[in-house]
Design a protein around this ligand. Structure first.
Ligand SMILES: [Zn+2]
Length: 310
């Protein structure tokens, strides 16, 4: 609780000074302290800590290896868990399964022989992936046809049998990406502060977070599959100039947020980075800029450096 109180006090102080600097001092009544949730921008008084309306949020989500980093409101924290983070978690699970990082797990799957489906379960062992049919999930006639096709392949010793399987990860790619984009946003908020997130160019992300079932933001992001899962980086990219942005890397995921100076909008960033990727969706350019240390609690760098102006 002590940590949350400190985060509330520091956040409230910094928020008030930033609003005054922006000429919006009257946005919040002067009589008491307010901390705003960085996702929905709703302001809360200190009682919200006691009532549980303000919660410690892990960035990235705890199940994806994150640590407590900022206060957000309970509604935003919960809705992110339901609409975004559960999808990012299921995707990580499915990919870990397919890449062989996770063994002993079972996932729903469909196997095809000559295009005839057999629904069941995939199991990853140290040896590889096994797929089993589950009788209750299959029409007996289709199941018989599937086994007949399999037997025919075995008899024919065909070197290229038409056999394949699909793992059903049951996640939405867009929602999994929003989970990572949201984590990047919260990390940038903790590092840079209200001066960064209250700019008009950031409005689409708060609109997206307040409407989790809509698709307001472009879902572009990049992945570096060679990056270690514990990697955490914030780079204020200024070279090349046409890709200026705040690049936030968490493990293999890299999210590009609007930069500090002459910021590109979200669609402009999506276009600019889209032009620089190759056919394998890899980034073909080196990004240079100022590296910021990854925050372990909110540091509000821009808010505390009034000389840094847009
Ligand atoms: Zn909120």
């Amino acid at each position: 609780m002590q940590k949350k109180q400190r985060w509330f006090d520091e956040g409230a102080l910094v928020l008030r000074s930033v609003l005054e600097r922006l000429g919006r001092g009257s946005d919040l009544p002067a009589a008491t302290d307010y901390y705003a949730c960085p996702c929905c921008l709703v302001a809360y008084t200190r009682e919200a800590l006691e009532t549980g309306e303000l919660t410690e949020e892990h960035v990235p989500p705890r199940v994806l290896g994150g640590r407590g980093l900022v206060l957000t409101c309970k509604d935003c924290n919960n809705s992110s868990g339901t609409y975004f983070d559960s999808h990012a978690h299921r995707r990580a699970d499915t990919e870990g399964f397919l890449r062989g990082r996770v063994t002993g797990r079972y996932l729903p799957a469909t196997m095809y022989a000559d295009g005839i489906p057999l629904r069941g379960t995939a199991h990853r062992t140290g040896e590889g992936i096994q797929v089993f049919g589950v009788p209750s999930q299959n029409d007996p006639k289709v199941q018989a046809a599937h086994f007949e096709a399999m037997d025919a392949y075995v008899d024919s010793r065909d070197p290229n049998p038409r056999i394949s399987f699909t793992i059903h990860g049951r996640y939405s790619e867009a929602r999994a990406r929003y989970s990572w984009i949201r984590s990047a946003y919260l990390a940038a908020f903790a590092a840079l502060g209200w001066s960064y997130v209250l700019r008009p160019v950031m409005k689409p992300i708060t609109d997206q977070l307040r409407n989790p079932t809509a698709e307001v933001l472009p879902t572009y992001m990049f992945r570096d599959l060679s990056a270690p899962p514990e990697l955490r980086r914030i780079l204020l990219v200024d070279d090349p100039d046409e890709l200026r942005c705040v690049a936030v890397a968490m493990g293999e995921f890299v999210v590009f947020l609007p930069g500090l100076f002459r910021p590109l909008t979200w669609p402009q960033l999506a276009d600019a980075f889209g032009e620089r990727r190759n056919i394998d969706n890899q980034l073909t350019v080196i990004l240079n800029g100022k590296e910021m240390s990854w925050p372990h609690s909110p540091t509000y760098f821009l808010d505390r450096s009034p000389t840094v102006k847009e």
